[in-house]
Structures are given as C-alpha cells and as structure tokens.
Design a protein around this ligand. Structure first.
Ligand code: GTP
Ligand code: MG
Length: 213
C-alpha cells in the first residue's frame, strides 16, 4: 500500500524491477536515471558484485509536485541470480508496483516463466493480495535474433523494450506508475484527499519525469 500522508500532502510509491538474471533490470534503472530531468531525481545507488551483477539492490529516488501534492517514487531493482531469493523477498516487501523484466532470448523462455512464478508467489505471501500490486511485463532485448513472442504471463499489460539503447524504458515505467496511482486511488481515495485527478497525475508524471530537454 502506498504511503499516504494527508497532513504533509505527500504520497510515496515503491516500484520494484524484478525478473530473471541478466534480463536488464539494472540497465532499465540506469537509462531511467539518464532520461529523467536532473531536478526530479536523487542519487542512483547501485550495489554490484563481480561482473556487474546486482548483489543486493539498486535504488533511484524520483520526485515531483502536482497541485501542491508531493509525489515520491522509490525505484528498486532486485538481484536476478538464483542464490539471492531471500534478498528478492526483502526488497519486494511493501512494493506498490512491479515491472517484470523478461528476457526475449529464445532459450530463456523457461527461465522467464520460473522467475515470474517466484515473483507472484512472493507477492501473494508478502502483500495483502497480489491484486493490490500493479504489475506490468516488459519484454526486454527485442534486438536479439528471433526474439520470443510477447505474451502476458497472466493478464498483465505488456511492453517491448531495448533497454540498452533506452527504447521502451520510460514508456514501461510511466505506464506502471500510472497503474500504481490507479490502485492507490481506489484504495485510499487520493483525488478526494488531494484534489488531484488521475488525468492530472498522468500529465504531471509525464511532464516531470519525461525526457530532459
Ligand atoms: N542485446 C541487449 N542486451 C541488453 C539489453 N538490455 C540489457 N542488456 C545487457 O544485458 C546484460 C545484463 O544487464 P543488467 O541490466 O545488468 O541485468 P540485470 O537484470 O540487472 O542482472 P542481475 O542484476 O544480475 O539480475 C548487460 O550486459 C546489458 O548490457 C537489450 O535491450 N539488448
Ligand atoms: Mg542488476
């Protein structure tokens, strides 16, 4: 559930990038950092082990204002390597929105499925119910030779990306954050408390976190 502070007029969302090893979770975050206006982001924290592998998590804080409401978005990535299952659970705790980054490599279809199952199991155990978390799948690495078909794992929305060159990165993120707002609106009546409609939020989100001029 999003952190809603009515007196301070502040909403905080936690977004987590999950998915199989080397699918491009950290690459998404790096590109997001490059794309977002400097005044709307904090420091990008990455914790990598050998060979650029995430060992704990990466974190990018983003923020903007809409109609006097302060919106803070904490964006995390989890480590994909099998050994880090406990870390993934810890980072996922309290997530309001999740991007599942699937790898489009043909030989990786089974690994995607396995990782998606682990994610949904974790979400079911960690949250009040998986339906309280916004979820989107991004099929990354669309540049590989004969990429796998883009089919949702359940009924979640799907986006294509080539994160390495920034393609689809912002689109995936904005769509997920918008869905996250939608869930929080349904549960905490944000528009009533803050006088910000879903359309106003979407406009401010795209304006402030969109590509730097
Ligand atoms: N061909 C191709 N390679 C990509 C793309 N996005 C990322 N990569 C490469 O995939 C590798 C893994 O990327 P990371 O972002 O570190 O993957 P990760 O999911 O964070 O990996 P872990 O933290 O170990 O789980 C790197 O060599 C990236 O350059 C893409 O769109 N296309
Ligand atoms: Mg990583």
């Amino acid at each position: 559930m999003a952190l809603v502070d009515i007196e301070e007029r502040q909403v905080t969302f936690k977004i987590v990038y999950c998915g199989p090893p080397l699918a491009g979770k950290t690459t998404n975050l790096n590109k997001l950092y490059e794309i977002v206006h400097a005044e709307n982001r904090g420091r990008l924290m990455t914790l990598e082990g050998t060979g650029d592998r995430t060992i704990f998590f990466d974190l990018l804080p983003l923020f903007f204002q809409v109609s006097g409401l302060s919106v803070r978005i904490k964006v995390y990535t989890v480590p994909g390597q099998p050994a880090h299952q406990m870390t993934r659970r810890a980072v996922l705790r309290g997530a309001d929105g999740v991007v599942f980054v699937a790898d489009s490599g043909r030989e990786l279809a089974a690994q995607n499925k396995h990782s998606y199952r682990e994610l949904t199991n974790n979400l079911a155990q960690l949250s009040d119910g998986i339906e309280h978390v916004a979820l989107i799948t991004q099929f990354n690495k669309r540049d590989v030779e004969s990429p796998i078909e883009m089919t949702a794992f359940a009924s979640e929305p799907v986006e294509a990306a080539i994160a390495e060159v920034g393609e689809g990165v912002l689109q995936t993120f904005l769509r997920l954050v918008q869905a996250t707002w939608g869930l929080a609106e349904a549960e905490a009546k944000l528009s009533e408390h803050f006088g910000v409609t879903e359309a106003e939020f979407a406009e401010a989100l795209a304006k402030h976190l969109g590509p730097a001029a």
